[in-house]
Structures are given as structure tokens and as C-alpha cells.
Design a protein around this ligand. Structure first.
Ligand code: NAD
Length: 296
């Protein structure tokens, strides 16, 4: 079914592109203002190895940042780079005055433990909010930045205009970069949050209780219509390219069976993914603004 043509009296599509455009407008203006004051926002993406999806993300980010007038560089390390070498790269970027943001692309090669590299990112340049200081600030609801995908999912929920406080929110997925930070953002907004994962005994029983359901499991079509109650806000974080024919991009939610039961739903593509890139630009500007304040 063509998602754009789905018409159901009781559910509406959350337009990720529109939300992203509104964020871009603010970010573009802030970037111009910073440059006028002599500070150029500059994000450096660090990639190790040759993951195909990472290459696509970098290309998309580069194009978007060019449109927004934000400098974007790419440091590409080999797949057999040592931990010491990558630590040196991150420390070097942390020390450079012309670099205001650092993005460590994941997945990393199997020999590299992500946590050690995340801890080597200068916290005041950490645009994904993965350094323990930034993750800790999110736990305390005092964050300056948060992981971009989590911010994207949260912005999609906010865009519905439905009050979050008091709602039963169910998250599927407990990763540090997506599931956990989304749960913390919702908790900060005073939702009652349940986080499900692979050891959850009865996933459908949990998802049926949701008034807000955020799915970040990395499993195409995991959530089907029978697992969702009428009127739920459904946010699909999953992105999967299914080799055809025809080639298709789908999420973790089976859109055709879930959409008619939802009150609001994000499509894939055109939902959370669009907003995530906008949040990366916003986080980049946030740290560049902090750098400008330190210079004064
Ligand atoms: P991950 O593999 O690190 O984590 C997946 C989580 O889902 C785990 O906590 C696991 O316990 C849980 N899970 C997996 N199968 C489950 C099941 N059958 N039942 C219950 N829980 C289950 O993945 P991630 O990095 O958190 O990403 C999740 C998804 O989001 C992926 O599809 C990824 O492509 C997508 N993603 C999208 C964006 C975006 O911009 N929209 C950005 C990052 C990731």
C-alpha cells in the first residue's frame, strides 16, 4: 500500500520532512549568526571500516550540511585500525580549535570496543550525546544534547500536539543510542515508561498497553496490528532496505496493519529518519554556540 495514499478517518501520518524543515530553518539562521561572529560550526564524522549503510548516511549528512551552510568533514580510517590509533584520532579532533563537533559513526570494526572510543570524544563536541557525561546529564534531565534518533522520535511525538505527561509509553529496544535515550526523554516529559527488549516475556501484552509506542528493535515488521490498541501514537524508528524486487524501505512496524489502529503514525521512509539528520545539525549548532560563548 502506498503510505501517502492511506486515508483512514482515525489516523494521521506524522510528516517527518515537515518537522525536519522547521528545525532546518532555525539551524540555518543560527549557523549564519555564528559565522557573522567569526565562528564557523564544523562537524567531523569519524568512520572506521567500510560499512555500506554508514557510507550512505555520510553522503546524506554531507548534502544536508552543505545546504545549511555548516562545514562537514569526513575522517575515514581503515577497518583494521587499532584502538590506539582511533583514540589518537579522537583526541586530536578534541584538541583542534577549528572543530566544534565530533560524530563517531557506528558500527565500528569488531576489534574496537565502542565504549572506549565514546569516552575519548570531547564531551563539549559530542554531537550524539554518547559520552558518559552527556548520557548522565540525560538521566538527570539536564542534557544539552541527546542522541539524534531519540530526539527525532521525541520531536515526532511532540508534533502530534498530544500531551505526553501521564501517558503510558512503551519502547521496544534498549540500546544506548536509541531505546534508552527515548525512554529517558519520555520520562523527562512525565510519561509512564516501559522498556521492552529480547528478554521481555510477552511483548504483545506490553505493546497493547501503550498509548505511545516507540519501536526501535531493528526487526522489519515486528509490530503487527494485533499488538497495538486503538488510538495509539506509533513511532517507527526502524529502517530496513529489503532487496526486491521491488527494492523497498520498511520499518519495524507493519504499517498496513498498524496504521488503521493508530491515532498518529510515522511512515518509513519519511518519518523519524528525516528528523534525525535535522537533530544532528541542531546538536552541531548547539556545541558550536557553546564554543562561541567560551571564546567571549
Ligand atoms: P540495536 O540492535 O542496538 O538494538 C535493538 C534493540 O531491540 C535491543 O535492545 C533488543 O533487545 C531489542 N529487540 C530486538 N529484537 C526484539 C524483539 N523481537 N522483541 C523485543 N525487543 C527486541 O539497534 P539500534 O541501534 O537501537 O537501532 C534500532 C533500529 O533503529 C534499527 O532498525 C536501526 O536501523 C534503526 N535506526 C534508525 C535511525 C533513524 O535515524 N531513524 C537511527 C539509528 C537506528
Amino acid at each position: 500500500m502506498d503510505q501517502k495514499n492511506v486515508q483512514h478517518a482515525d489516523h494521521r501520518i506524522i510528516d517527518g520532512k515537515k518537522i525536519a524543515e522547521a528545525i532546518h530553518q532555525g539551524v540555518g539562521a543560527q549557523a549564519r549568526e555564528l559565522r557573522a561572529r567569526g565562528l564557523e560550526p564544523h562537524l567531523v564524522a569519524v568512520q572506521a571500516g567500510t560499512d555500506a549503510a554508514t557510507a550512505i548516511y555520510i553522503q546524506k549528512q554531507r548534502e544536508k550540511f552543505a545546504k545549511l551552510g555548516i562545514r562537514y568533514s569526513h575522517v575515514h580510517e581503515p577497518g583494521d585500525a587499532t584502538l590506539e590509533h582511533l583514540l589518537g584520532t579522537l583526541h586530536g579532533l578534541g584538541a583542534r580549535a577549528d572543530v566544534t563537533g565530533i560524530l563517531l559513526m557506528q558500527p565500528l570494526p569488531p576489534q574496537i570496543p565502542p565504549s572506549q572510543l565514546e569516552e575519548a570524544i570531547a564531551p563539549e563536541k559530542d554531537v550524539e550525546g554518547v559520552h558518559p557525561i552527556n548520557a548522565g546529564l540525560l538521566v538527570h534531565n539536564r542534557h544539552i544534547v541527546a542522541p539524534c534518533t531519540a530526539l527525532g522520535a521525541f520531536a515526532a511525538i511532540e508534533a502530534t500536539g498530544v500531551p505526553i505527561a501521564g501517558k503510558r509509553a512503551v519502547i521496544v529496544g534498549r540500546s544506548n543510542i536509541v531505546g534508552k535515550p527515548i525512554g529517558l526523554l519520555l520520562l523527562g516529559a512525565r510519561a509512564t515508561v516501559t522498556t521492552c527488549h529480547t528478554a521481555t516475556r510477552d511483548l504483545a501484552a506490553e505493546t497493547r498497553r501503550a498509548e505511545i509506542l516507540v519501536v526501535a528493535a531493528g526487526k522489519p515488521g515486528l509490530i503487527t496490528g494485533d499488538m497495538v490498541s486503538e488510538g495509539t501514537i506509533v513511532i517507527d524508528v526502524g529502517i530496513h532496505r529489503l532487496e526486491g524486487p521491488p527494492v523497498k524501505t520498511v520499518g519495524d512496524v507493519d504499517f498496513d496493519s498498524v496504521a488503521p489502529k493508530s491515532s498518529w503514525i510515522t511512515p518509513v521512509p519519511g518519518g523519524v529518519g528525516q528528523i534525525t539528520v535535522a537533530m544532528l545539525a541542531r546538536n552541531t549548532i548547539t556545541w558550536a554556540t557553546h564554543a562561541a560563548m567560551r571564546k567571549r
